[in-house]
Write a protein that binds this ligand. Structure first.
Ligand SMILES: [Fe+2]
Ligand SMILES: [Fe+2]
Length: 366
């Protein structure tokens, strides 16, 4: 009897949550801040010749082939029971948003990498993208299992078919994907280390999996660093430097705005969002010296005020969109202009110049 009762409560909660959070719709929606799906010129990427970085390449591929995390993404005795019902509703809502957005980002990598593997003929490229797609499928699947426990799994098959794809030229894919892999590493390891020191804030078991997880992202980033090294034009021309600067500001400021929308989530983790984001930027920028000739000066007096202005403008834009009508459109346009100015001000902060080392490869060290 007790079990039946328990199941019914679970069932009711599942129905209630599934009703409230249409996670597939959340993942499918295209907004400025949601993780996107990408497509590119796969033929051009297939023509990459990795022979100039062969030694490092073979080592990295050998490591990926050995598949150190093969058994990692499975629930085991460390997976404590999650009290979805008892969770504060505001925290629950932000946490679900965090899981859905992380799952979408992981799955976005999976879709892009799998497509490259499917379309390619170059054995080096196909092998790399095969391993990376394998890892991202595991990551997305593991997050989705956590959502499934509460009856809220994202329908990934549906997502593949119905989400809008954004086209990026291969070199933009390198900048954006390299950065998102290294940021992924920095985010996962920073949360992991924080919770290692403050286990009382670990309100969900998934965080225990972050250490091995972040090493996958680190290797993926290494692969893109090597790909960029095959052709000096990708990072060294003056246009490349301007684009890298653009991607750094865009990716960092998007992360800032997205994280600052999850106040209760970070409070539950015991993490100050400003500190956390700066810490992730710092780790990412330090790692990115391996391949990027420019670095954002995140200690510049205009950096954080610019990010705050950007965040305020984005919040106003969102409110104006919800309000609708003529006044909503006007308010939205004004806020859009303010966001543009904030972006320009961040972009124009003088960058630090950097000469990437002769040997590109790094090992995870945080
Ligand atoms: Fe991943
Ligand atoms: Fe990755």
């Amino acid at each position: 009897m007790k079990d039946v009762e328990h199941d019914t409560t679970h069932g009711e909660l599942h129905a209630e949550l599934a009703d409230k959070f249409d996670t597939t719709a959340m993942a499918t929606e295209t907004t400025l801040l949601n993780p996107r799906f990408y497509t590119t010129d796969f033929d051009e990427m297939d023509r990459i010749d990795v022979s100039s970085v062969r030694e490092d390449w073979d080592k990295l591929i050998g490591q990926m082939k050995s598949d150190p995390n093969k058994g990692h993404f499975k629930k085991n005795a460390d997976w404590d029971e999650v009290d979805w019902k008892g969770m504060d509703p505001a925290l629950r809502s932000e946490f679900i948003d965090f899981l859905v957005s992380s799952c979408t980002a992981e799955f976005s990598g999976c879709v892009l990498y799998k497509e490259m593997k499917r379309r390619g003929n170059n054995p080096d490229i196909c092998e790399l993208f095969n391993y990376m797609a394998r890892d991202e499928a595991r990551h997305a699947g593991f997050i989705n299992d956590a959502l499934r426990e509460a009856g809220m799994a994202v329908n990934l098959g549906f997502l593949t078919k119905s989400k809008k794809y954004t086209y990026f030229r291969p070199k933009f894919i390198y900048y954006a994907t390299y950065l998102s892999e290294k940021i992924g590493y920095a985010r996962y390891i920073t949360i992991y280390r924080h919770l290692e020191a403050h286990p009382e804030h670990r309100f969900h078991p998934i965080f225990k999996w972050f250490r091995e997880w972040c090493n996958d992202e680190f290797s993926h980033g290494e692969a893109f660093a090597l790909l960029m090294r095959t052709d000096p034009k990708i990072t060294e021309s003056w246009q490349a430097k301007l684009w890298i600067r653009f991607f750094l500001v865009a990716v960092y400021s998007t992360m800032w705005v997205r994280d600052h929308a999850r106040k209760d989530f970070h409070e539950a983790l015991g993490v100050d969002i400003d500190w956390y984001d700066q810490e992730v930027f710092r780790k990412t920028s330090t790692i990115a010296r391996q391949v990027f000739p420019v670095e954002i000066d995140i200690d510049h007096p205009r950096w954080i005020p610019g990010l705050r202005r950007m965040n305020a403008a984005m919040i106003t834009m969102e409110k104006a969109k919800r309000k609708g009508g003529l006044s909503g459109r006007i308010a939205g346009a004004l806020a859009g202009a303010r966001a543009g100015l904030a972006f320009a001000s961040l972009y124009l902060i003088p960058v630090k110049r950097n000469t990437p080392p002769a040997s590109v490869r790094l090992e995870p060290s945080y």
